[in-house]
Ligand binder design. Structure first.
Ligand code: COA
Length: 576
C-alpha cells in the first residue's frame, strides 16, 4: 500500500512503524504536521491509499480525512478520548491499557475503530518507557491489523466499529487534559511511592512542576532513595554525581533531571548541573543505598561473564558519564572474566554525546570537543580489550555515536524491536567520531557504509542484522531479552573462547598494523573540529533546536520522499 505518515515529529514510535511497514513492503513517505496546507499538498503529491497518523498534537484537516481514509494511532483503550491518555492510565494505577487505531472524523478520537491492542502495564515504569515499549509494540500490532482490513474496507465488505459507550466492552471514557494541579506533589502528606508514581506519570514530558532550593522547576528521572530520618520532606539532603536526593515523609527520592523555566537553559539537565550554585556545597554521598541507578556491574555465578549496565537518562552521555564508564570498563578488565557484556539501560543503549550538557556549557564548542574525546576514550577502552570478548547487548534504542559505541564491541546483540539510527548527519551535518570510519566498513563494507550514512534512516534490529551491522536479534520484551542474554553469554563462554580471544587479538594487531586506531581518530576529529569551531554553524544551530524542541518548519527531504522530483518513477517507491 502507499501510506503517507503524518506526524508531529519522527519520534520513536513513528520510526518503528516506518521501519517495520517498509520491511512489510509498503511504500511510505512522511510529512510533518506543520500546517493544513502542507498536509494537503503532501496528499496531492503522494496520492496515498491512506494516511497514518502515529503522533499528532492537533486534528487532521477535514479536507484530508474526507478525501483519504486517515488512521489515528491513539495511546488509549477503545472509548478513551482526549490528550494525556497514558498519563491518566499510569497516575490512576490501571493494570492494563491499550492502543486504538481509529479513523479521523470531525471530533478528535471519536471516529470508528479499525483495530486495537491491549497490554499489561509495567509497574514502576515511566510514561516514556511504557510509550517506547508496550505502546509501540501494541501500536505496531494494531496498525498491521488495521492495514489488513483495508482491501475489504475498500471493497465495501468490512466496516470499522463505532465507539458505542452503551457497549460494556467499550471501557474507555473521554477525559480532560491532565494539568499540573492534577500532578502536584504534597511532600508532607504523600508517601515516597505516591511521589514516584506522579513523577513517572509525567516523564519524559511534561514533568511535575515543583520547587528545588525555592526555585520553580519540573522534575524528571525519579528513583527511590534511602530512609533518612529528620529531614523536612521536599528538601534537598544530598547528591550522587549529578542526581539530587530529596527527603520524603517516609524515606527519600533521587531526582536525576530537572527543567528550569527561569534559567538561561530552559531545557532538561542533570539536576545538580541545573542548580550548580545551590548544589556546590552538597557532599557526594556514594555510600547511600539504594543509589541513583547509573553504572552497575555484576558477574555470572560461574564468574566467566561480567555485565556492565549504564542506565544514563535518555541515553545521553556527557563527559562525566563517559569518563566514569571508561573507568568502569577498566575496572571490569581487572576481573578474571572471559566476556564483558555491556547492557546500557532499559530504554536506551546510548544516544551519543550529551547535547543538553553541551548546550548549557559556557563554550558549547569546547564542551563538544571534551565530550567527543571522552566518548572516543570509551570506545578505545573497548577496542583495546583484547584479553576477552566484549558484547554490546542493546535492550533499548541506539542513535548516532551511541550506535558506533556498540560496534566497538566484538559482538552486537539487540532486542527485537530496538530501533537503530546509525548516522550523524541529522545533527547539523555532524561528521561523527567514535572510530566509525574503522568500525562501520569493517562490518558492512565500504559501499554499504556510505549508503547507511547517507540514507539517515532508522533500522529495526532485524534490518540491521540483515545488513550485517549487528549480529543477533532475540527477545521481544526487555525481560525476555535479559533472560536469553544470560544463556547466550554462557554459550559464548563455552564456545572455544580462548581461541576466539586469541583470534580477536591477532585481528586487532593486523588492523593496527594496516592503519592505527590513532589515525582513524585523528582524521575523524579533524572533521569534528570543523563542525565545532569552523565557519559553518549548522551543528550548533541544529543542537540548539534539538534541545529547545523547536517545532519543525519543514520535513527533511530524506523522509518526505514525495517531494523528490520523479520519486514515483523510482523502482518500488519510497518504502522499497
Ligand atoms: N543528548 C541529550 N538528549 C538526548 C540525546 C542526546 N544525544 N538524544 C536524545 N535525547 C533526548 C531527547 O531530547 C528526548 O528528550 P525528552 O525526554 O525531553 O523528550 C529523549 O532523549 C528521547 O529522544 P527522542 O528524540 O524523543 O527519541 P527518539 O527515539 O524519538 O529519537 C534519536 C532517537 C536518536 C533519533 C534522537 O533522539 C536523536 O537524534 N538524538 C540525537 C543523537 C545525536 O545527534 N547525538 C549526538 C551526536 S553523537
Amino acid at each position: 500500500m502507499r501510506i503517507l505518515i503524518l506526524t508531529h515529529s519522527f519520534n520513536s514510535l513513528t520510526q518503528r512503524l516506518y521501519a517495520e511497514l517498509a520491511a512489510d513492503g509498503h511504500t511510505l513517505s512522511v510529512e510533518f504536521d506543520i500546517a493544513d496546507s502542507v498536509t494537503e499538498e503532501a496528499v496531492a503529491l503522494f496520492a496515498p491509499d491512506l494516511v497514518l497518523a502515529p503522533f499528532l498534537k492537533r486534528a487532521v484537516p477535514e479536507s484530508v480525512w474526507r478525501r483519504v481514509p486517515t488512521l489515528i494511532v491513539h495511546p488509549g483503550i477503545v472509548g478513551d478520548r482526549g490528550p494525556s491518555a497514558l498519563d491518566h492510565a499510569i497516575q490512576h494505577g490501571y493494570t492494563d491499557w491499550g492502543v486504538t487505531v481509529l479513523q479521523a472524523e470531525a471530533e478528535m478520537d471519536a471516529g470508528p475503530v479499525w483495530a486495537h491492542a491491549t497490554f499489561a502495564m509495567r509497574a514502576d515504569a515511566t510514561k516514556a518507557s511504557i510509550y517506547r515499549n508496550e505502546v509501540t509494540r501494541a501500536a505496531l500490532a494494531a496498525v498491521r491489523q488495521a492495514l489488513a482490513h483495508y482491501p475489504d474496507w475498500r471493497a465495501g465488505r468490512w466496516r470499522p466499529r463505532l465507539q458505542d459507550y452503551a457497549d460494556p466492552a467499550v471501557r474507555g471514557r473521554p477525559h480532560a487534559p491532565m494539568t499540573q494541579a492534577d500532578r502536584a506533589l504534597d511532600w508532607a502528606a504523600m508517601s515516597t511511592r505516591d511521589i514516584l508514581a506522579r513523577v513517572r506519570a509525567a516523564d519524559g514530558f511534561p514533568g511535575v512542576l515543583d520547587t528545588l532550593f525555592g526555585q520553580p522547576c519540573r522534575l524528571f528521572d525519579a528513583h527511590p532513595g534511602p530512609r533518612l530520618d529528620g529531614a523536612t520532606p521536599g528538601t534537598v539532603i544530598g547528591r550522587q554525581h549529578d542526581a539530587l536526593l530529596l527527603a520524603t515523609r517516609d524515606a527519600s527520592v533521587w531526582i536525576g533531571h530537572v527543567r528550569r523555566a527561569d534559567s538561561d537553559h530552559p531545557f532538561k539537565l542533570p539536576a545538580a548541573l541545573a542548580f550548580a550554585k545551590e548544589a556546590a556545597d552538597l557532599a557526594q554521598r556514594a555510600d547511600l543505598q539504594p543509589a541513583y541507578p547509573d553504572i552497575t556491574y555484576r558477574e555470572s555465578a560461574d564468574g566467566r561473564v561480567g555485565f556492565l549496565a549504564f542506565a544514563f537518562y535518555n541515553g545521553a552521555m556527557g563527559t562525566p558519564e563517559c569518563e566514569r564508564l571508561t573507568a568502569a570498563v577498566h575496572a571490569a578488565r581487572q576481573r578474571p572474566t572471559k566476556i564483558l557484556v555491556l547492557t546500557g539501560g532499559h530504554d536506551f543503549w546510548s544516544n551519543g554525546i550529551h547535547l543538553g550538557r553541551i548546550e548549557a556549557a559556557a563554550s558549547p564548542a569546547d564542551e563538544s570537543w571534551r565530550n567527543i574525546q571522552a566518548m572516543d576514550d570509551l570506545c578505545l577502552a573497548l577496542l583495546e580489550a583484547t584479553d576477552r570478548l566484549t558484547v554490546a547487548a542493546l535492550q533499548g534504542n541506539a542513535g548516532a555515536g551511541g550506535c558506533f559505541l556498540a560496534l566497538a564491541c566484538d559482538e552486537v546483540w539487540a532486542r527485537d524491536g530496538v530501533v537503530l539510527n546509525p548516522h550523524y548527519k541529522n545533527m547539523g551535518n555532524l561528521f561523527g567520531s567514535e572510530y566509525w570510519t574503522y568500525l562501520l566498513p569493517r562490518r558492512v563494507g565500504e559501499e554499504a557504509a556510505v549508503r547507511i550514512m547517507r540514507e539517515r534512516l532508522p533500522l529495526t534490529a532485524a534490518q540491521a542484522a540483515a545488513r550485517g551491522l549487528i549480529d543477533r536479534v532475540f527477545g521481544d520484551t526487555v525481560k525476555d531479552f535479559a533472560d536469553e542474554l544470560a544463556v547466550r553469554a554462557a554459550e559464548l563462554a563455552d564456545d572455544d573462547i580462548d581461541r576466539r580471544i586469541a583470534d580477536k587479538a591477532a585481528r586487532r594487531a593486523a588492523d593496527e598494523a594496516a592503519k592505527p586506531l590513532a589515525t582513524y581518530r585523528a582524521e575523524e576529529l579533524q572533521q569534528m573540529w570543523r563542525n565545532f569551531y569552523g565557519f559553518d554553524p549548522s551543528y550548533h544551530v541544529a543542537r540548539y533546536h534539538f534541545v529547545m524542541k523547536t517545532p519543525h518548519a519543514w520535513t527533511p527531504r530524506h523522509l518526505a520522499r514525495h517531494r523528490e522530483p520523479g520519486w514515483h518513477t523510482a523502482a518500488g517507491g519510497a518504502g522499497a
